[in-house]
Design a binder for this molecule. Structure first.
Ligand SMILES: NC(=O)c1ccc[n+]([C@@H]2O[C@H](COP(=O)([O-])OP(=O)(O)OC[C@H]3O[C@@H](n4cnc5c(N)ncnc54)[C@H](O)[C@@H]3O)[C@@H](O)[C@H]2O)c1
Length: 397
């Protein structure tokens, strides 16, 4: 596939590095940047055939199959609208919109135009994430009860992120979108998100938006998806997920501790990894940043899906649901109450039963818990099914 990339900044370079690595067959044909010098520099760096400072020229170039949007959040909608008018397949970076209303308009545009649309949520494509979701789907950890997803770093790298009008918010919109979609994948995308409770504050930076937040998203099957986001965290980029199931748990660390540590007295211009704050002492780099963050698997799924005429794992609809959850989070942070998630067009299960997961010990008792004690005795804690009395039985070693 021949790609027009819109934007020549941070994420555009990650995408281009991924797409032009490892002898991949899909390649960027043209780049749009509002600054022609930046477009040329990008085109030179990635050996592109074409560059332009006109968005329409890039999208409507006859050699282009796919438009790849790597622009600030306030420009996603116009770029999607132009792609839909030009009937070009479109891939959009996260967050899809600044609000659910904006995301819904983008979803409607691509569906009405009948074009392929993929939501570039890279963290749902890391190899360990994909394997975790498969393990959950096979029942390896039982029913998922609680997921926790954390993205924290010292703050983003360009002016527009810090301007609430352009970005749509602070750490919640920028990082919460990843965490919410991670939890949806673990809990099951068919399960309806019902309501959100969120605390948010501006603790460090002189901005209007929040630089720190914690939220709880309640799902129809009783599961809770917790997100923790920060633009104030010092010490690099912390990307961690936890899943707590009835029969097992999963812990993922995607960036700061991947089993690779270097000690160096330091070099002034050394690059260690995204958002790493120092380049001396004990350092925690990653082997291949694009790979650790999921980009190669993400683009493989997107381009395969276009060819196979199927939906990708991450769709514009997913992007819209994420925005709807984040809208509720912003509202809850203001009202200090649980706020409902308002989804105009829910396509999953309308109702998901909250199954009971009570284990029986015998006809009369539930089993609360069992544990082998230090002296090897086995202790079982029981609850009477009628009286509710809690007792314990000890099975001597
Ligand atoms: N993990 C991820 O998926 C990930 C990571 C970082 C950023 N992003 C997303 O990528 C998008 C871009 O972020 P970035 O980090 O590349 O930002 P950036 O500031 O590094 O790059 C933005 C690009 O857009 C251009 N631009 C800015 N204002 C413009 C305007 N008014 N008109 C035309 N072009 C303009 C800039 O010149 C630059 O080329 C955002 O939506 C962001 O949320 C995604």
């Amino acid at each position: 596939m021949r790609i027009a990339i819109l934007g020549s900044g941070f994420i555009a370079r990650f995408y281009a590095t991924t797409l032009h690595a490892q002898r991949r067959k899909d390649y960027i044909f043209t780049v749009y940047s509002r600054d022609l010098d930046n477009a040329k520099r990008f085109a030179d760096d990635y050996q592109l055939a074409h560059y332009t400072d006109d968005m329409d020229t890039a999208i409507n170039h006859p050699d282009i199959d796919v438009v790849l949007i790597a622009l600030p959040n306030d420009l996603h909608e116009i770029a999607v609208a132009k792609s839909a008018q030009g009937k070009k397949h479109v891939l959009c970076t996260k967050p899809l919109g600044r609000t659910a209303a904006e995301a819904k308009r983008m979803l409607d545009m691509v569906e009405q135009a009948g074009i392929f649309a993929g939501y570039l949520e890279d963290l749902c494509y890391t190899p360990k994430f994909l394997k975790s979701v498969k393990a959950i789907q096979k029942g390896s950890i039982g029913k998922v009860l609680w997921t926790k997803s954390r993205e924290a770093h010292p703050g983003p790298h360009s002016d527009w992120f810090w301007d609430k009008e352009k970005s749509g918010g602070g750490a919640i919109i920028d990082l919460g979108c990843h965490c919410v979609e991670i939890s949806r994948n673990f809990i099951g995308k068919e399960v309806k998100p019902l309501e959100v409770m969120c605390w948010a504050a501006t603790q460090v930076h002189p901005i209007d938006a929040e630089d720190q937040a914690i939220g709880l998203v309640k799902y129809a099957n009783g599961a809770i998806g917790q997100f923790e986001v920060s633009w104030t965290f010092r010490g690099g980029m912390d990307l961690r997920d936890e899943v707590i199931g009835t029969e097992g748990s999963i812990w993922l660390n995607s960036f700061l501790r991947t089993g690779f540590e270097i000690f160096s007295v330091g070099k002034p211009d050394a690059y260690v990894a995204e958002k790493a704050e120092v380049s001396n002492g004990w350092l925690f780099p990653v082997g291949d940043e694009a790979h650790e963050l999921g980009y190669p698997h993400m683009f493989t799924d997107m381009f395969d899906a276009i060819e196979e005429k199927r939906e990708p794992l991450e769709t514009f609809y997913d992007g819209y649901v994420v925005n709807a959850i984040l809208d509720a989070a912003f509202l809850s942070a203001k009202t200090k109450k649980w706020e409902p998630v308002l989804i105009e067009d829910w396509r999953g299960e309308e109702f998901t039963a909250q199954e009971e997961v009570l284990a029986s010990f015998d006809d009369e008792h539930f089993l609360i818990k069992e544990e082998v004690m230090p002296n090897k005795d086995l202790k079982k804690i029981l609850k009477h099914k009628i009286t509710g009395k809690v007792t314990q039985k000890i099975f001597k070693a």
